[in-house]
Design a protein around this ligand. Structure first.
Ligand code: KG4
Ligand code: ZN
Length: 370
């Protein structure tokens, strides 16, 4: 560790809020020395979604190894670490508890400061790693499997929520539609790929507005419209309309050109392209309106759905038109990882945040809450 200066702050970040067991070492907030992610996707795919009980068990099996790997990849030992950071909410309680217990045990044994991090703050901070020039204030669209928030990032650790989903998160809508149409879990990347083969104008789907709230989102009506469309196609073919395509979940031979409506020549790719376009439309229009009204000339995106190629393209075009600079992290920093936790923790560390050994998992932790 000879290249480290005395004043450098190296934080070991731990993330276990959902189905990724992750650990990373981050120097001075933005320099990622290691970033280890052990994904459980293969196991949860068998069930068509994350099974909380299995997620907790897998975290317990893997967490020590993942931490050891993160230290070794960074060329460090525990004594080189200045603080231990961990996601303590929001997320699955049993999954969060594994990371929190591990971090507390390490902080106690090593006598190092403990910093609890909000998972969504972590997602937002992934942008600081990807863009060393980015500083607050800016607007941020957070779109993940569990959250859809339009956020004003006022300063490090200071967030104002401008809008949020009133029902499904964007990623959840992707996952549910993918499951219904037989693409399997996780649906986002699969819809992203299949939609490239489809016509986004093939079917007319709603762009939901939430009454009285310019920046809130609603995706459950859109999801229902897709499911109703699939069922009506089945009924037209004399099949049972209530059967969703779950029996086809995650078929390796999936064909995006399979006809959903043979009469109209509409394929699976057309349906998912139309669905994706409806989601992107709403996400982009709310973000640009928010940025203009709140005076942000910089907008960032964060969370798993920020990897979506249509969202990136749509947001890029709209930002260029509006004279707004757009930021987003690489896909590996969009989905759950611990480097973003180490980054968020660095700014908390500078602000003096230290948690005690009574830190607990908070599954419903609100953004900005400490
Ligand atoms: O941020 P993340 O890894 O976990 C949560 O904190 O929820 O986000 C996972 C979500 C899943 O719903 C997944 O389907 C979605 O992100 N996702 C995508 C894409 N890649 C991941 N959604 C749309 N397009 C993608 N390329
Ligand atoms: Zn996440």
């Amino acid at each position: 560790m000879s290249e480290n200066k005395q004043s450098d702050i190296c934080i070991l970040g731990i993330e276990s809020s959902c189905d990724e067991t992750a650990a990373a070492v981050v120097k001075n907030g933005r320099q990622v020395l290691s970033n280890v992610i052990s994904s459980q996707i293969d196991i949860h795919t068998l069930y068509g979604g994350v099974v909380p009980e299995i997620a907790s068990r897998k975290h317990m099996e893997r967490i020590n190894q993942v931490i050891r790997q993160a230290l070794s990849d960074a060329g460090m030992t525990f004594s080189d670490i200045d603080a231990i950071a961990v996601t303590y909410g929001p997320g699955l309680v049993g999954a969060l508890l594994v990371g929190v217990a591990e971090a507390k045990a390490m902080a106690f044994a090593l006598q190092k400061p403990l910093i609890g991090v909000h998972h969504i703050e972590g997602h937002i901070c992934a942008n600081y790693i990807a863009h060393p020039d980015l500083e607050p204030p800016f607007g941020c669209l957070v779109v993940s499997g569990g959250h859809t928030h339009l956020v004003a990032v006022r300063d490090y650790g200071k967030y104002e929520i401008l809008g949020r989903t009133v029902d499904d998160a964007a990623g959840e809508a992707f996952d549910k539609v993918a499951r219904a149409i037989g693409l399997g879990y996780p649906g986002g990347p699969k819809i992203d790929k299949a939609a490239k083969e489809g016509n986004e104008y093939a079917i007319d789907l709603p762009r939901a507005k939430v009454d009285g709230s310019a920046y809130d989102f609603s995706f459950s009506g859109l999801k229902s419209a897709v499911l109703n469309y699939l069922n009506s196609c089945r009924m037209k073919q004399g099949l049972d309309g209530n059967v969703v395509y779950s029996s086809k979940t995650d078929r390796p031979d999936f064909d995006p050109f399979e006809l959903i409506d043979p009469e109209e020549n509409i394929t699976v790719a057309d349906v998912v392209a139309s669905f994706q376009a409806a989601v992107v439309d709403v996400l982009v229009s709310h973000t640009i309106r928010g940025a203009k009204e709140y005076g942000f000339d910089r907008v960032a995106m964060a969370g798993g759905v920020a990897s979506n190629s249509a969202l990136r393209a749509g947001m890029k075009e709209a930002c260029e038109k509006a004279g707004i600079k757009l930021y987003y992290p690489s896909p590996v920093l969009c989905t759950d990882n611990a480097a973003m936790i180490g980054c968020a923790a660095y700014y908390e560390y500078l602000n003096g945040t230290r948690h005690g050994l009574d830190l607990n998992a908070v599954p419903g932790l609100k953004l900005g809450m400490r």
